[in-house]
Write a protein that binds this ligand. Structure first.
Ligand code: AMP
Ligand code: ZN
Length: 137
């Protein structure tokens, strides 16, 4: 528990939330500012800041909960698609420093993620960055 963490307070029931389900290690509730109706958050009950900090057994519970809820919300709101989003650090859009997965039901022309500004890379660029990544594995 991080004493001033809003998501820790939600898990403890100190702040209200619209709980959808929980497991031994995960807690799921509706996002209070949804991209679309049914936008869910799945969080570890224990406080971890980013995905890097979450132990593998907790992450396994979280991702299996994310899978189950993605299918449930897809059916429940007759979504046309689902995004699973997990932001780490401010540059990636993380505002709450308690790791979480977003499950976002999607509809054609709903205005979310309208651009994906990929930049073409050549084989040499791809290999150079692949070498950097594998050196950290
Ligand atoms: P992120 O930018 O990935 O850190 O996302 C944080 C998310 O938490 C946002 O989508 C907020 O709308 C959501 N949020 C913040 N406070 C609450 C709350 N009390 N109950 C439900 N969702 C919340
Ligand atoms: Zn927390």
């Amino acid at each position: 528990m991080s004493s001033d963490c809003i998501f820790c307070k939600i898990v403890k029931g100190e702040i209200p939330s619209t709980k959808v389900m929980e497991t031994e290690k995960s807690y799921c509730f509706l996002d209070i500012n949804p991209i679309n109706p049914g936008h869910l958050l799945v969080i570890p009950k224990e406080h971890f800041t980013t995905i890097f900090d979450i132990p593998d057994d907790v992450l396994a519970d979280l991702i299996s909960t994310v899978k189950k809820l993605s299918e449930a919300v897809y059916k429940a709101v007759s979504a046309e698609g689902i995004n699973v989003v997990q932001n780490n650090y401010r540059a990636a859009g993380q505002l709450i420093d308690h790791a979480h997965f977003h499950i976002i039901p999607r509809f054609s022309n709903d205005g979310f993620l309208t651009s994906w500004p990929g930049k073409p890379a050549n084989a040499s660029d791809l290999n150079a960055v692949k070498d950097k990544i594998t050196s950290h594995l």
